[in-house]
Ligand binder design. Structure first.
Ligand code: BT5
Length: 324
């Protein structure tokens, strides 16, 4: 029974490095010592390294590089986001699963995590390349009590949270490209996709999708994106602990989305602008039917990009692809 196995693993991890005797575990879980031994074998099969110390008992020495809930939830410092985590080894898209869960009344802060997606998506049904076990492919369900026009800023707020998380876990200094890209050395390491479930009463759920390239090497990317994509490992030269990174992303996403909900966009706008590569730069904004060129002067309190064209006119851009 896999849930019992994980409960035992959780108990062992929480005893911070001390060995627990088979008898003690057997008593606590109300099963036999042989059953405990079988659960240890089960964990070993799943990639957990277990030391069994004569007379003292069992100790978990290392945990596998997966994003299974217990590997994330131990040491997670959030109150809401990630208290429930749905994990699947593989799926079409975590956005699809999250939309489904949101319709089934999954609580605020529910997280969907996977190792690989067969139909990962970007904006406007573009493809998102999701190499197995190399990135963080995740959707977060939020149920903020705000009017629908306050939804687009969640993408910007999440971008700030991801930059803070990457800064904390690595020595890297990522930049944000309006509206939804995070860059390292000018290449995309993260994309964000915020989708909305709403009705006459307002926002039912926001589904915030995060695609974060972590441990890919160049050849792990599809040919089409090799020239524009990068990963944390490619820039830092080091393999990054994905579990620690997910915990940091969840922590800062909770912190900053709550700040946005409680206090508005003001402070976050300042933070966002400090990380932005777009502001103050000449840019080309490609929209569905036309293109504008000018200087990106800033963003409004609604998260709308302010672009001044050569003729001096100021344009509010709600959605576009930016070239610099
Ligand atoms: C985005 O769209 O950047 C949003 C990506 C969101 C992906 C996450 S993964 C978890 C969740 N589940 C999903 O199905 N989606 C979300 P957009 O701005 O439209 O950029 C898409 C473009 O980025 C593509 O057309 C490619 O050019 C490029 N691209 C695709 N895969 C990439 C990758 N892994 N790294 C960098 N760039 C990529």
């Amino acid at each position: 029974n896999i849930t019992v196995t994980y409960k035992i693993a959780k108990r062992m991890l929480e005893s911070t490095g001390e060995a627990l005797s088979g008898q003690q575990l057997a008593d606590e879980f109300g099963i036999s010592r042989t059953a405990i031994w079988k659960h240890m074998k089960e964990l070993e099969e799943k990639g957990y390294e277990i030391e069994s110390v004569k007379k003292k008992g069992y100790r978990i020495v290392s945990i596998p590089d997966t994003l299974e809930p217990i590997t994330i939830q131990i040491g997670l410092k959030t109150k809401r986001i990630g208290q429930r985590i749905e994990y699947v080894e593989s799926c079409t898209s975590t956005q699809i699963i999250a939309h489904q869960l949101a319709q089934e009344n999954a609580p605020d802060g529910t997280v969907v995590l996977t190792e690989t997606q067969t139909a990962g998506r970007g904006r406007m049904a573009r493809k998102w390349d999701s190499a197995a076990h190399k990135g963080v492919w995740m959707s977060i369900i939020l149920r903020p009590n705000v009017p629908p026009q306050k939804a687009p800023q969640f993408t910007l707020v999440t971008a700030v949270a991801i930059v803070r998380a990457i800064e904390e876990v690595t020595a890297l200094q990522p930049k944000i490209k309006w509206p939804n890209d995070i860059l390292l050395n000018g290449k995309k390491c993260t994309g964000i996709l915020t989708e909305l479930q709403s009705d006459a009463d307002g926002i039912q759920a926001l589904i915030v999708g995060i695609g974060l390239n972590v441990n890919q090497d160049k050849e792990d990317f599809d040919l089409e994106v090799q020239g524009i994509a990068t990963s944390l490992k490619m820039i830092s030269g080091q393999t990054v602990n994905r579990q620690e990174l997910v915990r940091a992303v969840l922590f800062y996403t909770e912190l900053y989305t709550q700040m946005y909900i409680d206090e508005g966009f003001g402070m976050l706008k300042i933070l966002w602008e400090s990380y932005s590569t777009t502001i103050g730069q000449p840019v080309r904004a490609r929209m569905t039917n036309h293109t504008l060129e000018g200087i990106a002067e800033g963003i409004s309190d609604d998260g709308v990009l302010q672009l001044r064209t050569l003729d001096g006119k100021l344009h509010g851009i709600y959605s576009a692809d930016i070239e610099m």
